[in-house]
Ligand binder design. Structure first.
Ligand code: F6P
Length: 565
C-alpha cells in the first residue's frame, strides 16, 4: 500500500480495472474443456500444482488456463492485494469500521521473532508471549493434577462456554486432534442458548471434576453469559448436594471451577470470576480469527501446550508463505483469486469444502463463520456500495458421507459448485478389511471424485457400456466441474494450523479484491437488538404483542398458546 494511502481510502473498484475487462473478454473467448486442456498440455497438472508449507495444492482441475491466472494476478496487482496484506501484517488499521489493526498473524509469531512488532504503542510480541505462558502454566497445572476442583478432585472434563468464534474454532480443532487429548481429560462445548444445550452438556457430568472456561471476546454475549450462569447454578447446586458445599465456600468453588477468556477483563470480574483466573486477548483479534489466541485455552489444556505450540507453528508457516511467496506461487493468493473467478465470472453462488477426514467434520462449519461473517457484505470499506457480487455461501461435509447425500447436484446439477477436496496421505488409524487397506479405499474415493467432476463421462462412453435410449443422457456427466485438491502428509497439529491460516488468507484476498472490510460483522447486530426488544412480548405483554407486525405477533401468540413445560 502506498504509505500515503490510508486503509480507509476508497478501494480500487475491481470492475474498473483493465484486468477485469480482460477477464470478461477472456471468459467469453475461453473454449475447450478440462479434458482438452489436459490432453493439449501434458504439463498442466504441474503448472497448476503448488506447495505451501506442508500442503500440496493442485489447482489444475479448475476452469482456468495460464492466461486466466495471469489476468487474475494482474487484477490482484491493480487492486493492491499485496500492499494491503503487508499493511495488515504491519498493524495498519485495515478494520476500518472499527478503526482497529488486524493482527491475528501476530498471535503465532514465534517467541523472539525479530524485529519485535510494536503497534499503536503496544509491544505485541511481548504481550502475546506473556499470555501464552500464563495459558500454558494453567494448562500444565490442570493436566498434572496440581489444579483441582474445590473438593480436591482432579479435573476430568473442561467445558468451554462460548459461541461463534469463541466456540467454532475450539470445537473444530478439538475434534480434529482428539486422539491427542490427555488420557482422563476431555472437552465439551456449550454454545447454544437453547436450554437443551446446557442440559445435555452437563447432565452426566460430575461438578467436582468439571472445569468451566467462559470464552467471550466481549463478555457481553447473551448466549454465553446466560449459559455461564446456568452452569454456575448447576455446579453450585451439585456441589451442595453431593459434597455438602456451604454458602461460604461458593466463592472458592467458582474460583476453582471457572476461568475466563476475554478482551474485557472488567466484565469478567463483574461476572464474578477472579481476574487472576482470566486470560486476555486484544481488540485486534477478530472473534473468527481467535482460535490461536487465549480462546484456545481449552485446547492447550486438554490437548497440551506442546500440541498448541505445534498448531501455532503451522499457522505461522502459512503466514510466512502468504507474506513472502511470489504471487504466481502464492497459494492463498491464487485460491482467493480463483474464488473471485468462480463467483464473479463463472457465477458460482456457493463453494463446497469436502474434507476426506472424519476428524475434520466441523471444518466446514468453522469455515462458514470465517468466510461468510467476513465477506458477506454489500458495502465497501469506504462506505460505498460493492460493485460486484461478494461472499459466496460456504458449506460442506466430510467425504465419503457427502458422496451419498449431495454430490449428485455437484456432478449433474444445473449449478456450478466449485469444491475443495482435502485429504491426508497417512491415516489417523490404519485399519484393514481383510487384505484391503481401508484408508486406500477411502483415498480412492477422494481421487475418483475430482476426476469424475473434471472429466465427466461422454454419451459415447455411456453407450460403450451398453446403455441405449433416454438413459444415455441420464448417465452422462458433463465434466468441467471445478475442484481444488489439497493434500498433506497427515492431519497433524501443524498441518491443521496451516489449513486454517490458508483459508483465513484466502478470505482476506477475496475481501480486498471486492474492496470490503473482512473484519467487522455489523450484520449480526440487528437480530440481537430485536431479540432483546421482543422479551416483553414473548413474556406475554399484550400491548407489546399488539405493537408487533402481524406475522411476528401471530407467531408469538402461537407460542403463548402452545407452551407446556
Ligand atoms: O454475533 C457475532 C459475534 O460477534 C461473532 O463475531 C463472535 O465470534 C461471536 O459473536 C461471539 O462473540 P464473543 O466472543 O464476544 O462472545
Amino acid at each position: 500500500m502506498n504509505p500515503a494511502t490510508s486503509p480507509s481510502a476508497a478501494p480500487v473498484d475491481p470492475t474498473a480495472t483493465a484486468a477485469w475487462g480482460e477477464l470478461e473478454a477472456h471468459n467469453i473467448e475461453l473454449t475447450g474443456s478440462l479434458r482438452e486442456w489436459f490432453d493439449a498440455d501434458p504439463r498442466r497438472a504441474e503448472t497448476f500444482t503448488h506447495d505451501a508449507a506442508d500442503l500440496r495444492v493442485d489447482l489444475s482441475k479448475n476452469l482456468v488456463t495460464p492466461r486466466t491466472r495471469e489476468l487474475l494476478l494482474q487484477l490482484a496487482q491493480e487492486v493492491g492485494v499485496e500492499a494491503r496484506r503487508d499493511a495488515m501484517f504491519a498493524g495498519a488499521h485495515v478494520n476500518t469500521t472499527e478503526d482497529r489493526a488486524v493482527l491475528h498473524t501476530a498471535l503465532r509469531r514465534p517467541s523472539g521473532a525479530s524485529p519485535a512488532l510494536e503497534v499503536d504503542g503496544q509491544q505485541i510480541d511481548a504481550d502475546v508471549q506473556e499470555t501464552l505462558q500464563r495459558v500454558y502454566d494453567f494448562a500444565r497445572s490442570v493436566r498434572s493434577g496440581e489444579w483441582t476442583g474445590v473438593t480436591g478432585k482432579r479435573i476430568e472434563t473442561v467445558v468451554n462456554i462460548g459461541i461463534g468464534g469463541s466456540d467454532l474454532g475450539p470445537v473444530m480443532v478439538y475434534e480434529a486432534l482428539k486422539p491427542l487429548a490427555q488420557d482422563g481429560l476431555s472437552a465439551r462445548f456449550l454454545s447454544n442458548i437453547d436450554p437443551t444445550d446446557a442440559y445435555e452438556t452437563t447432565r452426566d457430568l460430575d461438578p467436582e471434576t468439571t472445569l468451566v472456561i467462559v470464552a467471550s471476546k466481549t463478555f457481553t454475549t447473551l448466549e454465553t453469559l446466560t449459559n455461564a450462569r446456568l452452569v454456575r447454578q448447576w455446579l453450585l447446586t451439585g456441589l451442595r448436594e453431593q459434597a455438602g458445599l456451604t454458602a461460604e465456600q461458593e466463592e472458592e468453588a467458582v474460583a476453582k471451577h471457572f476461568v475466563a477468556v476475554s478482551t474485557a477483563l472488567d466484565e469478567v470480574e463483574a461476572f464474578g470470576i477472579d481476574p487472576r483466573n482470566a486470560f486476555g486477548f486484544w481488540n485486534w483479534v477478530g472473534g473468527r480469527y481467535s482460535v490461536d489466541s487465549a480462546i484456545g485455552t481449552v485446547l492447550a489444556t486438554v490437548l497440551g501446550p506442546e500440541v498448541f505450540e505445534e498448531l501455532l507453528a503451522g499457522f505461522h508457516a502459512m503466514d510466512e508463505h502468504f507474506a513472502a511467496a511470489p504471487a504466481a506461487q502464492n497459494v492463498p493468493l491464487l485460491m482467493g483469486l480463483l474464488n473471485v473467478w468462480n463467483v464473479n465470472f463463472l457465477e458460482a453462488e456457493t463453494h463446497a469444502v469436502l474434507p476426506y477426514s472424519q476428524y475434520l467434520h466441523r471444518f466446514p462449519a468453522y469455515l462458514q463463520q470465517l468466510t461468510m461473517e467476513s465477506n458477506g457484505k454489500s458495502v465497501r470499506w469506504d462506505g460505498s456500495l460493492a460493485t460486484t457480487e461478494t461472499g459466496e455461501v460456504f458449506w460442506g461435509e466430510p467425504g465419503t458421507n457427502g458422496q451419498h447425500a449431495f454430490y449428485q447436484l455437484i456432478h449433474q446439477g444445473t449449478r456450478i459448485v466449485p469444491a475443495d477436496f482435502i485429504a491426508f496421505a497417512s491415516p489417523n488409524h490404519a485399519l484393514a478389511d481383510g487384505e484391503q487397506d481401508v484408508h486406500e479405499l477411502f483415498l480412492a474415493n477422494f481421487f475418483a471424485q475430482t476426476k469424475a467432476l473434471a472429466f465427466g463421462k461422454t454419451a459415447e462412453e455411456v453407450r460403450a457400456e451398453g446403455t441405449e435410449g433416454p438413459l444415455v443422457a441420464a448417465r452422462e456427466f458433463s465434466g468441467d466441474r471445478p475442484t481444488t485438491s489439497i493434500m498433506a502428509p497427515a492431519l497433524t497439529p501443524s498441518v491443521l494450523g496451516q489449513l486454517i491460516a490458508l483459508y483465513e488468507h484466502i478470505t482476506f484476498v477475496q475481501g480486498v479484491v471486492w474492496g470490503i472490510n473482512s473484519f467487522d460483522q455489523w450484520g449480526v447486530e440487528l437480530g440481537k437488538q430485536l431479540a432483546k426488544g421482543l422479551a416483553g412480548a414473548v413474556a406475554g405483554d399484550e400491548e407489546a404483542i399488539a405493537a408487533e407486525d402481524a406475522s411476528t405477533a401471530g407467531l408469538i401468540r402461537y407460542y403463548r398458546e402452545h407452551r407446556r413445560d
